[in-house]
Design a protein around this ligand. Sequence first.
Ligand code: C5J
Length: 223
Amino acid sequence: TLPAPLLAAEPAPLAFHPARAALVIIDMQRDFLEPGGFGETLGNDVSRLQAAVGPCKAVLAAARAAGLMVIHTREGHRPDMMDAPPAKVERGSPTARIGCAGPMGRILIRGEPGHDIIAELAPAPGEPVLDKPGKGAFYQTDLELMLKNRGIDTLLVAGVTTEVCVHTTIREGNDRGYRCVALADCCASYIPEFHRVGLEMIKAQGGIFGWVSDSAALLSALG
Ligand code: C5J
């Protein structure tokens, strides 16, 4: 067998087996990255998330070339919104909440244009697209089952936003025994300070719930 590549990361480098690692790209959806979607209705400057697009494209291409499992997630709800907790729906402006009509269709609703993954990161045939009703990718989804069936033990996590869905997914994965690595420049937040501190939190205390690496380190490890 080939030696496990070493990924430069903090707080320490991490050896990983490409056959047991998955690239998980969180919620790179039009609703979060483009004007008129969920992110903007909450008062955010969506242009801040663009920084993650190029690095995500690069790691996606490298992961595909190396034969890594690639999983895309989307946050959103059923058109009947039976899976949308009232406590989630009732936040934000009453005319621009989840389920309301917007320029990209109903906000954060499956099947609407805004719910799609941005064109630059479109899933390839055969790559699982995981629809999740919550912030974490494990909650009420079959992610754990897919990872178990593929023998995955390491999650390389990219996407948006750092301190919300990326963090929640890494925390969930860590508790389930996965080595979770946030790829810093492949993640972004509407609030730059939260991006920075969110990454600090993961790797503090000896990597309390994960590791932090970046696209250049992953490309070099896979190269
Ligand atoms: C948010 C997400 N921020 N994908 N969702 O509501 O991080």
